[in-house]
Design a protein around this ligand. Sequence first.
Ligand SMILES: [Zn+2]
Length: 463
Amino acid sequence: MTRIAIEHGLVLTMDGAGRVIENGRVVVEGRDIVAVEHYTADPLPDCDLVIDATGRIVLPGLVNSHTHLCMVFGRTIGPERRLLEWLDLLMPMMAAMDQEALYVAELLGCVENIKNGNTSLVENIFMPPSATADIEDAAFRALRDSGIRGTVARATEARHFDPRFCETAGEQAERVGRLAGRWHGSEGDRLRLSIGPLLPWVLDENGFRETRRIARDNGLSLHMHVAESPEFNLMIARHFGRNIRQVELLEEVGCLGPDVQAIACADVSAHEIELLAASGTAVLFDPPTRLFWGTGFPPIRDFLTAGVTCGLATNGAAANCGQDVFESMKYACATAKTAANDPRALTAARALRMATVEGARAIGRPETGSIEVGKRADLITVEARQPHLAPLFDPEKALVYSARGGDVRDAVIDGKVVMRDRKVLTVDENALLSEAEQVARRCAARAGLTLPAARLMQVQDHA
Ligand SMILES: [Zn+2]
C-alpha cells in the first residue's frame, strides 16, 4: 500500500474543531488519511514519498460542486450574451461533438480543475443522446483517467429544448440504468452518477416524478439548476400554465430532500428558502457565474440563517471563463455582503468550509472535505510565501480573499499524487492543449461558428 507523508506545512484540517497545526505532518496510506499530527523528527517507516510543504498551507482539496466540462470549448464564446441566447449559440457546437471530442473537452476541464486545487467536482453534462452508444462514457473515461474525484450529473430534456437533446422518460430510464451499472461507484467509489433536468421547464410534472423514480431505483442523487434568475421563474409560470415558483414546484413533485442538490437559487422567496431548509436540500452557489449573467445573485446569508447545507461552484468555463473555486469563495463573500449590506454576512471561515467540508457534504461526499484520520485523502498544498499573501496574519482570510487557483502546488486525490509542483502527473498537458485547440476548432466549424484565426498553437511552458 502506498504511504505518503506531507510535512512541515501549516495544516488547516477543516475538522469540527477547526484544528490548525503549525509544522504539521499528514500521513496517507492507500486511499485514506492515517495520521494528522505535529511534525516530529522520529523517522516515518516505509514512506514511498515525502512532500516537503515548508512555506505552504495544507488544505483539504476544494470541491467544485457544479460545472459543465462538456461546454469548455465554448470558453470566451458568448459570455456577453443573455443566458438562454448563449445556450442557443453553444448547443450546435455541443451537438457537433462525438465521443472523441467530448473526451478531450472533459479531460481539459479535469486538468483545469486539478490545477486550481479542485480535487472533487460535479460535471453536469447535457449532450444529444446517441442511438448507438452512451456518450457520457467519454466523460466518465476522462474523469477516470485524470484521477479527479467526480460525479457525472446527467441532465435530461424532454420538451421545450433542441429536439436533438430530448428523450422520453423510458429512454432516460434505460440509459441511466446502463450508465449506473457501468460507472456508479466505480474506481473505488471515486466516480458516481447523478441525474436531473437541465432547465426547470424541460420536464412536465410527470417527467419530474419519473426522474425522481429513476434516481431512487438506481440509488442516485438529483442535481439541477434552480431559480437562476427572475426570468426563469417567469418561464416556469408560462410553461407550466400556472403561477408557481420553481422550489414550490419541486416540493409538489417530490424533488426536494437531502439527496437533492440545487444550483444557483438566485431568485427564491423566503418561503422557498424555508422549503429548501426543511427538506434538507443542499444548495450550491456559483457567484462568479451569477455576476457574469448580470441577472442577480442569491442572498447567501438568508440560506445560512435557515440552516441550509451550502456548497460552492464555478459553473462551466463557457459561462464565467474559469474554474477557480478561490474566486467563488471571494465572490460568495462579496455578493453575500452586498445582498445583506453587512460585511459579516458571509465570513471567510465559513466560505472556506463551503468550499471544502460543507461542500463535500452538500454533494453527498462526507467521506472527503476535511483532513481527519479515516477520511479519504483529498489534499492540496498552497504556496503561502508570495507577495499577494503576505503578511500571513490570517491564513483563512488570505486563502479566501487573496489566493488564487494558480497558488496550488500539489494535489493528492484518493491517496494518489495527481499534481506535483504544478505538474499534472496523469495527463500530458502540453499534448492535451494542442489537441483541444484542434478538436474545438473542428467542432466549431462543424457547428457553423466563425472563430478568429489560431494565435498560439504551441505552448512550451504552462507551469
Ligand atoms: Zn450550470
